[in-house]
Write a protein that binds this ligand. Sequence first.
Ligand code: HEC
Ligand code: HEC
Ligand code: HEC
Ligand code: HEC
Ligand code: HEC
Ligand code: HEC
Length: 295
Amino acid sequence: MARFAWLLSSLALIASAQETRDPAAWGSTHAGQPVPDFVQGDECLFCHRNNIGPGWQKNSHGLTVRQREDAPELIALLKNGDGTTHTMGSRNHIRFLRKDGYGKFDLKDVAKPDWQKGKFENRCAGCHTTGIDAESKTFREVGLDCYTCHGVVDLDHSGDVSLIFLSKKRRSDVLAITSTCAQCHLRGGRSRSTGLPYPNNFVPGDNLFKDYEVNWAMAGDANTNPGDRHIWINVRDVAVNGGDTTCLSCHRLHANSTDKHRRVLTGPICLECHNAQGPKKAVKAYSVHSELCEY
Ligand code: HEC
Ligand code: HEC
Ligand code: HEC
Ligand code: HEC
Ligand code: HEC
Ligand code: HEC
């Protein structure tokens, strides 16, 4: 009997290990279609200037690409007259950009004073600018506009907030939320249709994995830093294993806070950053690197 019990529980384990889902099975994709029309951030902030405006001016999503007038502290690091029109980065790592016609930038080399043509559109644009056309590889807006997370917004939402994605009344679709954040935060994926290292015309609400190819082994790769790895683990747990802890269980985006994370039920993900023994506050030191972002 004991042997049977052992066999049965092993079978149950195997069955539960196979109870993973195909991450591409649900929902829609806009890969290959034109970028939809969307309401721009300035218009949103006209109405949301009091609740969202002040925090947005300090939010790294809004600041990730800025025109030089808006980033005097970064421009001060440059010698004058090198042609820089925009800056990239807001926290630890900074790059410089030069406008090159409609919706395009040249990227200044990390080490040399050279301008790299074509690199920004082929390697960076999809996660640092808004509304990239897959054919021309031009962007619509500099930096990350409200659209990148809230999607195509119905202005009637002012009377019925359930009409808008990520409002208090529409924040429960764990798959859609995870795809939305993962479109940029799964660094190392690739669009099947374009071959580029960022998604093809992802519109919030879509299923990222219909067109975005990722290697889930990144979630267990000891060479990945904990900053990126906790993202890989969390996205895999939702998209493949059916978990319901999302980025928003721990992060409050506009408040730029992770206070909530202390209250999430303990799980293996905690050990990415905390020690197993000792007080909970024993946070391991880690630093974030990215081959893709060149830092
Ligand atoms: C369109 C791309 C994109 C999307 C969508 C996106 N992010 Fe980001 N996120 C970035 C980039 C780029 C940065 C770094 C910006 C910089 O510092 O220049 C960033 C930074 C962050 C940071 C670090 C903030 C800080 O100041 O330390 C957190 C946390 C974060 N994102 C969480 C999220 C969550 C949660 C979602 C989903 C609701 C999300 N992001 C959606 C691109 C994106
Ligand atoms: C797949 C999406 C994606 C692509 C493509 C991408 N990045 Fe990033 N980048 C991010 C995300 C997400 C972050 C924030 C990571 C974090 O804070 O942990 C980031 C952060 C950065 C930062 C650091 C900002 C800071 O304030 O510290 C720089 C600089 C940067 N990227 C430059 C680049 C460059 C240059 C390229 C192209 C060669 C590029 N990135 C391509 C998603 C991307
Ligand atoms: C990087 C993703 C992202 C971007 C870009 C973004 N938001 Fe949000 N927004 C969220 C998330 C996630 C929530 C859910 C609450 C939270 O985490 O802050 C949210 C919530 C909100 C709320 C409801 C606040 C509340 O009290 O719950 C408003 C209003 C809002 N966003 C407006 C904007 C506006 C306006 C912009 C552009 C200036 C914008 N958002 C850009 C992700 C984003
Ligand atoms: C004409 C004014 C107006 C414009 C333009 C506008 N909003 Fe709103 N929005 C409102 C009002 C009013 C509400 C409901 C009251 C509230 O929660 O702030 C609301 C609610 C929201 C909520 C849900 C807040 C909650 O309680 O959960 C989000 C998210 C949001 N707006 C984002 C946006 C984004 C993103 C844009 C631009 C694409 C935008 N809004 C444009 C007026 C506007
Ligand atoms: C179990 C809670 C939890 C979950 C789930 C979670 N995070 Fe985090 N994340 C954290 C904590 C805590 C930090 C560290 C904050 C700090 O250093 O102050 C962090 C840090 C980050 C950073 C900054 C890394 C750096 O240092 O540059 C980014 C970006 C980020 N998270 C994005 C995400 C995204 C996107 C998701 C969803 C796919 C997600 N996180 C899911 C708790 C979580
Ligand atoms: C991405 C890294 C990261 C992950 C994952 C993470 N933490 Fe944290 N945690 C931190 C950092 C950094 C701090 C200190 C800064 C802060 O308070 O946000 C912290 C602080 C805490 C604190 C407060 C400790 C004190 O003494 O003030 C608690 C409790 C906590 N984490 C619990 C958890 C739990 C439970 C999980 C899993 C659900 C978890 N953490 C996952 C990075 C992380």
